[in-house]
Write a protein that binds this ligand. Structure first.
Ligand code: ADP
Length: 523
């Protein structure tokens, strides 16, 4: 039963839909069929009752008439005696039978003064039980006439009945009508039983239909559900998942197709994985290999640089350019090696407890010459008190330097605002500049490797195009987040949020991405 409930509680499921529509359609078919059957039965029972009532009445009236004819010219008391016997034979004694049958004798035309005393009803029922319309018909007809009416008992009780009557002649006394009233109580009782039986049968049938549909649907839904689960696991990255194929029906064909698709996808994924590993290795190997010749080159360049005063001004200038480009080359190699460490999943956190506020002050101090050169004022807010956090100080410093350095480079000689906010669980650093800014489409792309808003400008500036992608990886290694906001000519806003202890979850983003000092976005 609980399995059924679990099955049925699955809202909007195929099973629930099929079962409910089957039950609904069954009701739509069973209800009119049952009603038609009931109507036919009740009509049949009613007709049988009617026919037998008419026949019985005809026999009773003929019998009475015959006996009265035989007793012609007899004493009034004898005739009373005959009528009494007719009544006893034709009616049931009150309270002895469920199927009450009553007799009424009504005077039509008196021929003697004693006629009125012959009007009679069995068991004291009221004469008004005979509808006047029926009386008119009986008086004008030679046959038995009938109508539906009620037997009215003296106490006020009413019983539905069929009333049938015919003319009765009491020679020398007068013309009468004799009516027999047949209670329909029995018939109604039978119909009630039929009605109840039909209802119970209908309900049991509905239940059985629902149950059968459930069993049938289960056979289809169960494998579909299993297939969906396997497909979900496959989509989640478990490429070893396969469907179990045991027969040759449509579901199994689906399973075979799925397995073929899974097979080919797994092969493709394997190929990509190998390719990506080869690429990673290649980048890492090339970077390593380039280090040695680069060191030699640097040494040679420095030798030339050291004696630059003795050289031709053109050569002097070239040696300076050479040193600058070698610096840049070295940085690029370092970044490439760092990126390949992230790709190979070998980047590790070396967590220690340190004061983030002083790290921030140090970073800004180190970048002061760059800021001075660019004529950019760097304003630090919220770093007056120590803010102890646990994390990899080298990586966090690298993130901060990158953000502040970028802000200075793009500040367009306007001030750069660095703010530190902290709670018990989290810390956040916002780096805001009011310079070139970024358009909305470019903002999320700044974390892509080698992506630059303006490649020609960046090349002259000496950036590697890997800084922010490494910063994001560093932040995520701490379970932190790096977010960006930017508008052209309104500046940019980079927010680094970190849990106080590396690896914990961030509970609150303390600095909103959209800076408060920006003009509201137009609607
Ligand atoms: P790099 O600075 O070496 O080019 P980054 O990964 O640090 O590489 O930055 C990628 C690009 O993002 C930059 O080239 C620049 O176009 C854009 N960018 C970064 N910081 C800012 C900023 N504060 N304002 C505008 N653009 C920025």
């Amino acid at each position: 039963m609980s399995r059924f409930l679990r099955f049925a509680s699955f809202r909007n499921s195929l099973a629930v839909r099929v079962i409910s529509s089957t039950v609904l359609l069954s009701i739509l078919i069973l209800w009119p069929t049952g009603s038609a059957l009931y109507n036919q039965l009740s009509r049949g029972i009613s007709n049988v009752t009617l026919d037998s009532s008419v026949v019985e009445t005809r026999y009773a009236v003929l019998n009475a008439q015959y006996r009265l004819l035989l007793a012609q010219r007899a004493d009034v008391d004898v005739i009373h005696q005959i009528i009494e016997e007719v009544f006893i034979n034709s009616s049931t004694v009150l309270g002895t039978s469920v199927n009450g049958r009553e007799v009424i004798l009504l005077l039509t035309n008196a021929e003697s003064s004693a006629a009125a005393s012959f009007e009679k009803t069995s068991n004291g029922i009221l004469k008004t039980s005979i509808p006047s319309e029926l009386r008119t018909r009986v008086q004008g007809s030679g046959a038995v006439e009938w109508a539906r009416s009620w037997i009215q008992y003296p106490g006020g009780d009413l019983t539905p009945a069929v009333v049938a009557g015919a003319k009765l002649d009491i020679p020398g006394i007068g013309k009468f009508e004799m009516y027999m009233l047949y209670s329909l109580d029995n018939q109604n009782e039978t119909l009630k039983i039929v009605r109840e039986a039909l209802l119970v049968t209908g309900l049991v049938l509905l239940l059985l239909l629902g149950l059968i549909t459930w069993l049938v649907v289960r056979q289809v839904v169960h494998p579909v559900k299993t297939a969906a689960k396997i497909a979900e696991q496959f989509a989640a990255g478990d490429y070893n998942q396969r469907m179990y194929v045991e027969s040759k029906d449509e579901i199994s064909r689906l399973g075979i197709s799925f397995n073929e698709m899974a097979e080919s996808l797994q092969a493709q994924m394997g190929k990509f994985e190998r390719l990506s590993q080869v690429q990673q290795r290649f980048v890492s190997d090339v970077s390593h290999e380039l280090r040695t010749p680069l060191t030699t080159l640097r040494m040679a360049a420095e030798v030339i640089h050291d004696v630059k005063e003795d050289l031709d001004p053109n050569i002097e200038r070239s040696s300076e350019l050479l040193i600058a480009q070698l610096d840049r080359f070295e940085r690029l190699l370092e970044d490439l090696l760092e990126v390949s460490r992230f790709d190979a999943d070998v980047a590790v956190l070396e967590s220690i407890q340190f004061d983030l506020a002083s790290l921030l002050r140090e970073s800004i101090k180190d970048l002061a010459p760059v800021a001075k050169k660019q004529e950019v004022e760097v304003i630090l807010l919220g770093a007056d008190k120590p803010v102890l956090i646990t994390g990899d100080a080298r990586r966090i410093e690298r993130i901060l330097r990158n953000l502040i350095n970028n802000a200075i480079a793009h500040a367009d000689s306007k001030p750069v605002k660095v703010s530190l906010l902290y709670s018990l669980e989290d810390v956040a650093i916002g780096v805001r500049d009011y310079g070139l800014g970024l358009d909305e489409a470019s903002a999320p792309r700044v974390f892509d490797r080698f992506w630059r808003a303006d490649p020609s400008r960046a090349r002259t500036r000496g950036g590697t195009g890997l800084g922010l992608s490494i910063a994001l990886e560093d932040a995520r290694l701490h379970n932190g987040e790096l977010q960006v906001w930017g508008r052209p000519a309104q500046g940019s806003h980079f927010i680094l949020t970190l849990p106080r202890v590396a690896g914990d979850l961030i509970s609150d983003y303390l600095i909103p991405v959209e800076p408060k000092d920006s003009p509201p976005t137009s609607l």
